[in-house]
Ligand binder design. Structure first.
Ligand SMILES: *Cc1c(COP(=O)(O)O)cnc(C)c1O
Length: 391
């Protein structure tokens, strides 16, 4: 069919630059090892922090939900698609996050879009960390609010922006809790102090912090002892929780407002029973199996120390997200290919996802990895790193 020649031209150029990518197919469940191209390789690229994607309790809950309630819900939440289980999941999440209420969206991505576009107008200003996730950036694009960006985790830059924006009706500071490409943690105590000093609201997107930091994985806000001082907490059900979806935890007022105004909530069908019931089960697993989080952190320490001893640059990571920064885009790609030949799946990440010249392999260990697997992974990094002259 004719019509897309202009797009094909761009794709051809991407082929030439070596940045065109085929999607990598997994032929197994998501685990500490996965089947790629007929080989069983160590998985260091998933967000399956606690190994819940295939936890027997989640699978059982999902199957039982399908048997009793079917495959889909047949409506949006606000018309005929709210089942008891949806409200139950939200009550559970609110309790887990120590907030008055919570609201579930189809994904973490749409949660940010829904919240940011609903609560700000042209009388307001949104103040965003420069390395915030794409879904925050897109959410901000959907508001008529004035946009300000402060330098990454730079509190002087944030304070300066707060000083310059005193005339707006509302000011909303928004930040990732854990930054997804570097694994560093936002300085929430300082952000909250500034917000209180300048009477601003704070929104934390804890997609990579929930299930990882805080008591039983309650997230970065809880980790810093800031329960009750952060206005809006966004989380995902797709990473440590192991299933799919996003949520916002906040006051009753904000949640009631979003139920009436957040467009992805209003105009997109509710989660199917299997997803909802598996998420409920996952929260219970977090509460009942805290040893998974301990294992995650032990594995994190082991891999990070191993990489550092080998001489790799792992940047400012403080969490299970450990980047191995090589700089050059082409080199990062070769490194990733070599790792796969050595039995490790760890994706290279380059511009525009990270800054130019900051290309890297991004690793995420999970609670499912055995010491033996991590030892093998380190050996693969050593071999590939030496072959390419990185170490
Ligand atoms: C992954 C991620 C999201 C999106 O979550 P999904 O549930 O996968 O849509 C949002 N924010 C941040 C910071 C993320 O890392």
């Amino acid at each position: 069919m004719k019509g897309f020649e202009y797009l094909q031209k761009e794709l051809d150029a991407m082929q030439k630059q070596g940045i065109f990518r085929n999607l990598i197919e997994l032929k197994s469940e998501q685990g500490s090892k996965v089947m790629i191209d007929g080989r069983n390789v160590i998985q260091l690229s998933s967000n399956n922090y606690l190994g819940l994607t295939n936890h027997p309790r989640l699978k059982k809950a999902a199957l039982a939900a399908i048997e009793q309630f079917g495959a889909g819900t047949g409506s949006v939440r606000t018309i005929a698609g709210t089942f008891t289980m949806h409200n139950r999941l939200e009550e559970k999440l609110a309790k887990f996050k120590h907030t008055e209420a919570a609201l579930v969206f189809q994904s973490g991505f749409t949660t940010n879009q829904g919240v940011l576009s609903a609560i700000l107008t042209d009388e307001d200003v949104v103040i965003s960390d420069e390395l915030n996730h794409a879904s925050i950036i897109d959410g901000i694009r959907l508001t008529k609010a004035t946009r300000k960006v402060y330098q990454h985790v730079d509190m002087e830059s944030l304070e300066q922006t707060l000083k310059e924006t005193q005339e707006y009706r509302k000011r909303l500071i928004v930040t990732d809790g854990v930054f997804s490409m570097d694994g560093d943690i936002a300085p929430l105590p300082a952000i909250v102090e500034l917000a209180e000093k300048y009477d601003a609201l704070v929104m934390v997107d804890d997609a990579h912090g929930s299930g990882v930091l805080g008591e039983n994985g309650r997230g970065t806000v809880n980790h810093f002892g800031l329960d009750g001082r952060v206005h809006i907490q966004v989380g995902t059900l797709s990473k440590a929780i192991g299933v799919l979806g996003g949520y916002v935890a906040s006051t009753r007022t904000l949640i009631d407002y979003l139920i009436h105004k957040a467009r992805p909530f209003l105009f997109s069908t509710s989660h199917p029973p299997a997803v909802t019931m598996a998420c409920i089960e996952a929260v219970d697993v977090l509460l009942e199996e805290p040893e998974r989080i301990d294992k995650l952190w032990n594995n994190t320490k082991f891999l990070k120390e191993g990489l550092n001893i080998l001489g790799f640059n792992t940047g400012h990571s403080e969490t299970p997200i450990t980047p191995v920064i090589v700089g050059d885009e082409g080199l990062s790609r070769q490194f990733s290919d070599k790792l796969l030949q050595n039995g490790v799946f760890a994706q290279g990440i380059a511009f525009p996802t990270v800054a130019q010249g900051k290309a890297r392999i991004r690793t995420i260990v999970t609670a499912q990895h055995s010491q033996d697997e991590l030892q093998q992974a380190l050996k693969a990094f050593e071999n590939a790193g030496k072959e390419l002259g990185i170490i």
